[in-house]
Design a protein around this ligand. Sequence first.
Ligand SMILES: [Zn+2]
Length: 320
Amino acid sequence: MYGYDTFHEELMQSLINSVHDGLSSHAYIFEGAKGLDLMSSARLFAAALTCRDRAIAPCGACPSCKEAKADTNPDIVYVNSGEKKSIGAEQMRALEEDVAVKPFAAARKVYIIEDGAELTEAAQNVFLKTFEEPPEYAVFIIIIENLAPLLETVLSRFTLIHFPRVSDAKVREYIKSKYPKETDKLDFLVRYCAGIPAEADKIVGNESFEELRASSLETLGALLSQSKAHAFTVSEFAEQNKDRFGEALDFWLSFTRDITLLQNGAEDKIINIDKRFELEKLAERFEPKNVVKTSEKIIKTQKMLARYVNTRAAAMWLAL
Ligand SMILES: [Zn+2]
């Protein structure tokens, strides 16, 4: 769309229309999962806001648009923590000074806060002060995965734009064009992404992901048997994958849920469609109520690990 990759064309079109009609808000929160690439949507919106021709913004041809595309537009300011872990009050005060300086060439000056979760509470309070009387030309966009780190007072002053998960068809289109060779795994990838296209980027070509996923499936029978005879297999597996045991638990949970779906005749809903044959065998071998019980135990084990119970103890508990 206008040369920008956005997964949310309709949403962006209505935002861009609001630029044509004269803005109603000067502060936006773009909220949505990281894998939805909200940054590209924010760049597109910033280009529309700084374009010299408001009626057809972003025209793509004016100097502002060209610079926006090349990320060299002096009236689009990217705010991030850089080397530090967070954006503190001091950095916000420096930003406040910058906000006071008029735009270089465009009619507006756009500030994109790349990850709102990095804003400390003190920084948010400085920000609110800037906001009491912001100059007419300033527009702020905060990108954030979920709203929890933001103060109520910040939330109440910003226009919230929620970026939802996209359709499977869109995810499929993304994977097919970016990874044309992944035809065998395509169905699994689409289901795994669950509406967040860039989730695929984490796992395509990631051999260690596939290895751990395969060995988790191999060990699943031992886990589901919940017997002393097989507990050793499970704890040995956990020991070998100590550093990635959390990830293995995610795989197990995903598999046990699929087995329950298969046992209930809902095979169209399973995620691990490429492992269907193996999962069907397990679905026949184990009682449905035991599979559900194992799922529940996996969830409890995840919570134990979050409380820093050691892997060996957690694995032994899970196996028996
Ligand atoms: Zn333009």
